[in-house]
Write a protein that binds this ligand. Structure first.
Ligand SMILES: Cc1cc2nc3c(=O)[nH]c(=O)nc-3n(C[C@H](O)[C@H](O)[C@H](O)COP(=O)(O)OP(=O)(O)OC[C@H]3O[C@@H](n4cnc5c(N)ncnc54)[C@H](O)[C@@H]3O)c2cc1C
Length: 371
């Protein structure tokens, strides 16, 4: 297999690196900062293809396929690098605080069951038994089984360790990364670290994917940053157990005692500042749903840039430039989509697979739109 260079060491780039190195490729990752410290660090780590509103059936199928891969993916990473990324698939609880919302949840539960998933509608008493810290005004909840979360910051560390154990070279603090190519194919990457030839190059540069230099214009994806702010509250062990969707936000309990509260969705360019308005809206959602949280301290606030695309579907594809691949634009589901993206891209680089049509560059071409 060709020597592979990966631009961007977020969870997408590292997952591809790990998969390719596990298949025997020689892989180098180039990151302008530290690996897995951008959107992949800022995320909530929910693995929720049934909970998230997704673009369409193709995106739904991609997300569900990736969730199915997660247990094997997480244990392969933990075994290779020695860091457990704390995968937990014990369901996501959707709460309702009035009758109309509970009726909508009941209909959603019935639709999920009809599609072969498991979802259980809980009355108020059952909801409070499952999560006693919720406000007593909760009306009920829907437990969507099989979904869950992974500690994405641990996953970043686990992937970096697993990649290094497989011989992947991770170059950090890289400046002026540029792809070198001729009229037909990629030749290598040039950067502050010098020139390295490469037979295949993967653009996994997240919200910066459109800015990678050196490639022809018809290989540039349309990706923009979509800001998300979050905060963490320190809670006693066991105070909240499930990942919980509440009106206006979500609550994600971590094993280290932090309860993550997320997230805003803002068109703010590359501005990743935390704002008082953003934090106020998150606290309002959390405290309205669970007033008991008001006793605990806020330990951290942060913001990250999701890589958004015009149709909320990622690019996971080859390009007109031979040897150049895109794995970018995973928007709200990049943590969830890491294992499936890695498998698809590794298949393309090996020459075994073309990749699904819904995630190509060509889907935005005039011809594709008028077909
Ligand atoms: C607040 C928030 C909550 C989220 N919650 C969830 C969730 O619950 N579940 C879920 O599945 N997803 C979630 N996401 C989305 C998820 O975080 C992203 O889709 C995912 O992290 C994208 O990964 P990535 O590797 O493509 O990008 P990133 O993690 O952003 O990594 C891109 C990397 O490329 C590097 N880079 C950029 N340009 C260059 C260059 N020119 N040269 C070299 N390196 C470069 C950057 O330094 C960075 O390390 C959330 C995102 C946010 C912001």
């Amino acid at each position: 297999m060709a020597d592979v260079a990966i631009a961007g060491g977020g969870i997408i780039g590292l997952s591809i690196a790990f998969e390719l190195a596990s298949r025997g490729a020689s892989v180098r990752v180039y990151d302008s900062a530290e690996p897995a410290r951008a959107a992949s660090w800022a995320a909530a780590g929910m693995l929720a293809p049934l909970t998230e509103r997704l673009a369409d059936d193709a995106m739904q199928a991609l997300c569900e396929a990736s969730l199915r891969r997660y247990p094997a993916f997480a244990s392969a990473i933990a075994n290779a690098g020695g860091v457990d990324p704390y995968l937990s698939l014990d369901g996501i609880l959707h709460t309702a605080y009035d009758d109309a919302s509970l009726e909508r949840l009941a209909a959603r539960g019935a639709a999920l069951e009809a599609a072969g998933h498991r979802a259980t509608l809980l009355e108020r008493a059952e909801t409070l038994l499952a999560e006693p810290a919720l406000g007593k005004h909760v009306r009920g909840a829907l437990l969507v089984e099989g979904e869950g979360q992974i500690d994405n910051r641990r996953l970043g560390r686990a992937l970096a360790a697993a990649c290094r154990a497989r011989g992947v070279r991770i170059h950090t603090g890289i400046e002026h990364l540029r792809i070198e190519c001729d009229a037909r194919r990629v030749l290598g990457v040039r950067s502050s670290a010098g020139y390295d030839p490469a037979g295949a190059i993967v653009n996994a540069a997240g919200a910066w994917a459109a800015q990678l230099e050196g490639v022809p214009q018809n290989c540039v994806p349309t990706v923009r940053p979509v800001k998300g702010q979050m905060l963490a509250i320190e809670i006693p062990k066991g105070f909240m157990r499930h990942t919980i969707w509440v009106p206006g936000g979500y609550l994600v309990p971590r094993r280290d005692g932090r309860l993550l509260v997320g997230a805003t969705v803002e068109e703010a360019g590359y501005d990743a500042r935390v704002t008082s308005g953003g934090i106020a809206s998150l606290l309002r959602a959390a405290l309205d749903a669970a007033p008991a949280l008001s006793a605990f301290s806020v330990s951290e606030t942060w913001a990250g840039l999701r890589p958004g695309t015009p149709d909320e579907r990622p690019y996971v594809c080859a390009t007109p430039l031979h040897g150049y691949y895109l794995a970018a634009g995973h928007y709200r589901n990049g943590i969830l989509l890491a294992p499936e993206t890695a498998t698809l891209v590794a298949g393309m680089v090996e020459g075994a697979a073309a990749g699904p049509p819904s995630f190509t560059l060509e889907r935005f071409s005039t011809k594709a739109r008028s077909a």
